[in-house]
Design a protein around this ligand. Structure first.
Ligand code: OOG
Ligand code: NI
Length: 448
């Protein structure tokens, strides 16, 4: 179901935003070129290569606790759980977010579709009258079809779907995220909400939580970035996240500017104004970092000047490259220093004698055990904020109080978010367990 949902979302977005189709073409070409080079193919495990062509993440924003809670239940049906908490108010954006995604390695290998999902924080709207108005509009709307709601309850009650129900559910869920060119409010209300923050208008004024971008994964983001303008796509100046390296870490992203789309308003139905909500993005993923690796990443990014829009992109890139020399750029050092997560697997049946059998580093050194980087499956808070700022945010940052809103977010969600570090950690630990075996036992079988 997740696979067909991802496919249908991609088809829908391709129709809605033709430039997305162009971006997919560029990414497919670049990826193929890299995989054809012998080095690229051997560097990438087969399972990962297989998922690359269908791998996407999307983003959506909802307006109420009820909407978020229902999305959590619906995505659970697709095997996607909320992972991580992102507080975007630190970047002056009145939302907080999580990422719905599969968590098990076999599910990720099958189709890793992720949806970055943000909840509007009405309490951050200063004007009480405007806040009440927004809240009234949100309470009055229903973003889910009756069939989607009914099927969700049925799945939960029976623990499964017949195939016709599964098809209907996917269809209804995809429809939830489609674009509506008609606002649900009069133009003057849109204008007031837009003045509070563009994002407030984007969430409150439409019948649904339209998907605002869908992002393919490339193996060489710099090549895609270069190709975009040649194909008529206005790419942003700077790739966000870490600099280009031999060993990619976390993720790097770049995007193209939001489309200005005509919107019709309630009172007269005449097209007027343009709403800039939807854009395009591409990303390159690298190794998942441990808390120690993440702390080093954060420190270096801060030293290079953070994730904000730099005034001189080339100078920023050079500084980033320079500062990140302090982050080891070969897998073995990253592994030995505990900066990244690895999946261990046995290359040979032969069990080294004596104490070496229980020493992972010795087994790796002896070539008995192989360590492969675990791909980062999540998002960058700083990157997300940077994207918000450049596509949607106003230049004058509003300094929202950095109140601890996580508890409220999890109440709305209906459960705590999962800790991404714990997920990577347990994948790594399970792989070590399989390699070392329990004392007195032969090496365990790999599950895949
Ligand atoms: C979400 C932006 C976050 C990313 O890739 O970091 C995101 C939004 O604009 O709603 O998708
Ligand atoms: Ni994104």
């Amino acid at each position: 179901m997740r696979e067909s949902f991802a496919r249908a979302m991609s088809a829908m977005y391709r129709e809605e935003v033709p430039q997305y189709g162009t971006l997919l073409d560029i990414v497919a070409q670049v990826n193929e070129r890299i995989l054809r080079a012998a080095e690229g193919a051997s560097a990438m495990p087969r399972a990962e290569r297989a998922r690359l062509g269908v791998e996407r993440h999307g983003a959506s924003r909802v307006g109420s606790a009820r909407e978020l809670g229902l999305l959590r239940r619906m995505f659970a049906i697709l095997g996607m759980r909320p992972v991580g908490y992102y507080d975007l108010s630190v970047a002056g954006v009145p939302v907080h977010s999580t990422a719905f995604r599969p968590t098990r390695p076999d599910a990720l290998a099958r189709n890793p579709f992720r949806l970055f999902t943000s909840l509007l924080r009405l309490e951050l709207i200063q004007d009480p009258a405007l806040r009440a108005l927004a809240s009234r509009h949100l309470e009055a709307r229903e973003i889910f079809s009756p069939e989607a709601l009914r099927l969700t309850e049925e799945f939960e009650a029976r623990g499964g779907f017949h195939s016709a129900q599964a098809e209907a559910f996917v269809r209804e869920l995809v429809r939830t995220f489609r674009w509506h060119a008609r606002a649900t409010v009069p133009a003057h209300t849109y204008k007031r909400l837009h003045e509070a923050h563009r994002l407030v208008a984007d969430v409150v004024c439409f019948p649904g939580p339209h998907i605002n971008h869908l992002t393919p994964r490339t193996l060489d983001i710099d090549a895609v970035q270069q190709e975009m303008p040649r194909r008529g796509i206005a790419a942003k100046d700077v790739i966000e996240g870490p600099p280009r390296r031999k060993v990619p870490i976390l993720l790097r992203q770049t995007s193209f500017k939001a489309l200005a789309e005509p919107v019709r308003f309630d009172e007269d139905g005449a097209p007027m104004g343009a709403h800039t909500a939807r854009f395009g993005e591409v990303e390159q993923r690298g190794i998942a970092l441990t808390p120690k690796g993440r702390a080093l990443y954060d420190e270096l990014l801060g030293r290079a000047g953070g994730g904000g829009a730099p005034s001189d992109p080339r100078a920023y890139e050079a500084r980033l490259q320079q500062v990140f020399q302090a982050f080891p750029d070969d897998l073995e050092t990253i592994r030995r220093q505990g900066l990244g997560y690895f999946e261990y697997s046995r290359l040979s049946e032969e069990k080294p004698a004596g104490s070496a059998a229980a020493d992972l580093d010795a087994l790796v050194a002896a070539g008995v055990v192989q360590a492969r980087p675990i791909v980062y499956e999540d998002f960058l808070p700083v990157s997300a904020a940077g994207i918000f700022q450049s596509n949607l945010g106003d230049a004058a940052r509003q300094a929202y109080a950095a109140a601890d809103a996580r508890a409220a977010f999890e109440r709305a969600l209906g459960c705590p978010v999962l800790d991404e570090f714990a997920l990577y950690e347990s994948q790594q630990a399970a792989s070590i367990q399989r390699c070392l075996g329990r004392p007195g036992e032969p090496f365990a079988e790999r599950r895949e």
